[in-house]
Write a protein that binds this ligand. Structure first.
Ligand SMILES: Nc1ncnc2c1ncn2[C@@H]1O[C@H](COP(=O)(O)OP(=O)(O)OP(=O)(O)O)[C@@H](O)[C@H]1O
Length: 299
């Protein structure tokens, strides 16, 4: 088996925010007024071997963070499967950290979640604080941290929990350059140990530097997956064309793509509605049959 196998994965968000909207959307025969569910990811399939470093690239809103959250098992797919052999650890700016807790408490909580014992946590605590460079701020609630401080803490915790699969989600884009370089060095150590890395970035050059494979996502769908230089070449070509468009054309392109992500849900929703109608019809017919049998029996 591959180290990570993502098969036909879709992640759908319900954009009806109020409970009332959600209930209406369930019973609705008319689709107007009710927002269609939204495919943040659709039918994503790929597999990653042990020791691969995979760059995930794509325009804003393409589903990169959604995919990394699924691989880190922070969220579950709506459809399809994500199989991981080993432990994963996600370093995203906000994922898995609790705002109300201090840096120290977050270290203890995340390490416990990754299966470290109290003793292992105590032994590693100072190394984590040193790597994060947070010093005395480690005793402050992290809601007072800047995004750079959070990502430093997230990265420091993740690399000290010995993950088999390391997922770095934009952590390097917020810190200062010295810290980014320190993280890159640590990621290279992981590569030397034959560990699997996912690296989410907007930067084609950073991905080329770090990865041997790349996955290009565009509005929830995989455009290309495979050898890093080849995928990045296609992506850079696409970006050149995209950037050559006027602001209005870019907005229109994004609007159309987002509409497409919702249209696909409408199709699914229609079939759900039909299923629901079928169930209601079945219950109704079943009820009528029972009642008429009882009447016949009484007669
Ligand atoms: N909890 C949520 N509820 C509704 N929609 C969501 C939710 N999380 C993400 N989305 C939507 O899903 C789509 C994919 O988002 P995601 O953050 O995964 O993209 P991304 O490629 O990581 O974007 P960026 O590069 O801007 O970080 C976006 O349109 C986003 O608005």
């Amino acid at each position: 088996m591959s180290k990570v196998e993502v098969t036909n994965v879709s992640k759908v968000y319900d954009l009806n925010t109020s409970k009332k909207d959600k209930i209406i959307s369930l019973f609705s025969f008319k689709k107007k007024k009710i927002a269609s569910p939204y495919f943040a990811l659709r039918n994503v399939t790929f597999s990653v071997e042990e020791g691969d470093s995979v760059g995930i690239i794509g325009l804003n809103g393409s589903g990169k963070s959604t995919l990394s959250n699924l691989i880190a098992e922070v969220t579950q797919p709506t459809a399809g499967t994500v199989k991981i052999e080993g432990r994963s650890s996600l370093i995203a700016i906000s994922a898995g950290l609790n705002n109300e807790l201090t840096g120290e408490e977050n270290i203890r909580m995340k390490c416990l979640m990754h299966g470290l014992t109290e003793q292992q946590i105590n032994e590693r605590f100072q190394d984590i604080v040193d790597f994060s460079e947070l010093d005395k701020f480690i005793y402050q609630p992290i809601k007072s941290y800047s995004s750079g401080m959070r990502s430093r803490l997230g990265f420091a915790i993740a690399i000290h929990t010995e993950p088999d699969v390391l997922i770095v989600d934009e952590a390097l884009s917020v810190g200062d350059e010295t810290f980014s370089n320190k993280c890159i060095e640590r990621m290279k150590d992981f590569q030397k140990q034959g560990k699997t890395i996912f690296f989410v970035s907007h930067s084609a050059s950073q991905i080329k530097k770090m990865c041997d494979k790349a996955l290009w996502l565009n509005f929830g769908e995989v455009v290309e997956y495979g050898e890093c230089n080849k995928v990045i070449h296609s992506y850079v070509k696409f970006m050149r064309t995209f950037k050559a468009k006027s602001k209005e054309e870019q907005i229109e392109y994004k609007r159309q793509m987002i509409e497409k992500q919702q249209q696909q849900q409408t199709l699914q929703k229609e079939s759900n509605t039909i299923d629901f109608t079928n169930i209601l019809t079945f219950i109704l017919l079943f009820g009528i049959t029972i009642i008429s049998s009882i009447i016949q029996f009484i007669k």
